[in-house]
Design a binder for this molecule. Structure first.
Ligand SMILES: NC(=O)C1=CN([C@@H]2O[C@H](COP(=O)(O)OP(=O)(O)OC[C@H]3O[C@@H](n4cnc5c(N)ncnc54)[C@H](O)[C@@H]3O)[C@@H](O)[C@H]2O)C=CC1
Ligand SMILES: O=C(O)[C@H]1O[C@H](OP(=O)(O)OP(=O)(O)OC[C@H]2O[C@@H](n3ccc(=O)[nH]c3=O)[C@H](O)[C@@H]2O)[C@H](O)[C@@H](O)[C@@H]1O
Length: 442
């Protein structure tokens, strides 16, 4: 089929590339001309494992095109995907201006009957709004059917998730439009769940909110474990053996970040509020997450009360491993607070360094390796569980002024640290002191 995808961010580009890979002819459209020029040359503007190779392959095979011209992109499209951003407004609600603009663009340029598929995460009722914007502004006598098809991919495994997802949700008022989208997705071999539009919109928010709830829940448990001397990893493993609970998303840490959980939890609180429902549980989830982000600094200040002039290594800047995405990354909050108290921050991230530089500028120093970051530092903070960090030769921490690690992602086994005489504080697990015990560093 001929498909257009509007928006070439993490969702749009991965959708366009994957659809071209299963045989569709896809034109990706973006208003960012610089991005378009890059992609036309086969350069992906984002880091996502497997994306680049698949993109180049499908460009070369003549199934994947890029343009900044909506009219040209829509010309032969039988299906148009909307995958633009729905960022958070100041009051927590979703900003729908990008989606609404696309609806107007579709109305101006659609010259044939088209199914419009909303992939962007949008509040319940938005697809009806998109339908009415299109119907009101149509330039040509064509029939446009808007359906909801929320996206569930995770950054860092987005290509894998497209081909191995747990479900494809299709929310539609039209059986015919739903079947078209089911047919398009058939080669992925992912189970399809069909429902009405509003329920599909809600499935997306409820899923993200539930996953965020799991994370805040285990983080609360981890804080209690720390006080009682239990080990949250064992607790999570023991809980996860119960199939009703499941073993996923029970990793305690410094809270969830990224472009979606923080914004979607707040948006759902707003969505509920709009119908006079106080979503108390989710408000707690958000509060717990904010508190959890401060955990590392609390632990660091307990150990080094006067941080001014200290050199602190920060390992990991991206909000999670295998992505270059810095949106709502814990590292932004943590480095800002360190800088505010006069710390010299030396940071390292295997992939997100360029994006981090654009945000943090020269407020922090950037190292070329884990070794360089930790060498001569007074403490190391671990913010992202990159394999490169997990698998580092523990000996590198001996090059610190004093081997003190505060690990927000539980990257190392406690025994490993004990054997190497490294003082180690992690999340929800007993601390490991150095041979000399806990020395208060000044
Ligand atoms: N990032 C993720 O992992 C996931 C995101 N989502 C949802 O998907 C949506 C998109 O998210 P991302 O891909 O992260 O966004 P993004 O911010 O990475 O990309 C959005 C793209 O849309 C382009 N754009 C904006 N207005 C446009 C217009 N009128 N015409 C053409 N292009 C336009 C922007 O230039 C940008 O390249 C959001 O609603 C998000 O909540 C859903 C699942 C996963
Ligand atoms: O709507 C979205 O954008 C996407 O949001 C998340 O995907 P993503 O944000 O890419 O990454 P996750 O792997 O879910 O991680 C989110 C945050 O939670 C944290 N996390 C995750 C799992 C866990 O056990 N503990 C934990 O602290 C991660 O470190 C990260 O900061 C969802 O997992 C996707 O299904 C969804 O499509």
């Amino acid at each position: 089929m001929n498909v257009a995808v509007v928006g070439t961010g993490y969702v749009g580009l991965v959708t366009g590339v994957s659809l071209s890979d299963i045989g569709h002819t896809v034109t990706c459209i973006d208003i960012d001309n610089e991005k378009i020029l890059k992609m036309q040359q086969g350069i992906s503007p984002i880091y996502e494992p497997g994306l680049s190779g698949m993109m180049i392959k499908n460009i070369n095979e003549g199934r994947l095109y890029f343009t900044s011209d909506h009219k040209q992109g829509f010309e032969s499209a039988e299906v148009i995907y909307i995958a633009v951003g729905t960022p958070e407004r100041e009051d927590g609600s979703a900003n729908l201006s990008f989606v609404e603009q696309v609806a107007k663009d579709i109305a101006s340029h659609a010259i044939r009957d088209t199914v419009v598929v909303t992939k962007s995460t949008v509040p319940v009722g938005t697809n009806d709004k998109i339908q009415s914007i299109i119907d009101k502004n149509l330039m040509y006598p064509v029939n446009i059917e808007v359906i909801s098809n929320p996206e569930f991919l995770k950054e860092g495994s987005a290509i894998y998730d497209s081909f191995n997802g747990d479900r494809i949700v299709i929310g539609s008022n039209s059986e015919e439009a739903a079947s078209t989208i089911e047919e398009i997705n058939k080669p992925f071999g992912v189970p399809v769940f069909k429902t009405d539009i509003k329920s599909a919109e809600m499935i997306k928010y409820a899923s993200n909110a539930f996953l965020a709830t799991k994370i805040s829940f285990i983080n609360e448990i981890s804080n209690i474990c720390e006080r009682l001397g239990a080990n949250v990893e064992d607790v999570a493993n023991g809980m996860g053996l119960d199939k009703r609970i499941g073993d996923k998303f029970l990793n305690a840490g410094i809270g969830y970040g990224g472009s979606c959980f923080p914004k979607d939890t707040k948006a759902l609180i707003q969505i509920a509020g709009n119908v006079e429902y106080d979503f108390e549980l989710l408000k707690g989830v958000v509060r717990v997450n904010q508190k959890q982000q401060g955990l590392l600094l609390e632990k660091l200040s307990e150990r080094i009360p006067d941080l001014k002039g200290k050199r602190i290594a920060v390992l990991g800047l991206a909000f999670k491993p295998n992505t270059d995405d810095m949106r709502e990354a814990a590292s932004l909050v943590v480095t800002e607070e360190l800088i505010n108290v006069g710390v010299e921050v030396v940071a390292y991230d295997p992939i997100a360094m360029d994006n981090a530089r654009r945000i943090l500028n020269d407020k922090v120093q950037y190292a070329d390796s884990v070794e360089e970051a930790v060498s001569g530092s007074d403490a190391t903070l671990i913010l992202t569980e990159w394999d490169e960090v997990r698998n580092v030769n523990i000996g590198v921490f001996k090059s610190m002024n004093y081997p003190l690690i505060i690990d927000g992602r539980n990257c190392f086994a406690l025994e490993q640290m004990k054997d190497n005489n490294i003082e180690y504080h992690s999340v929800g697990r007993p601390s490991v002191s150095s041979k000399n015990g806990h020395v208060l560093l000044s």
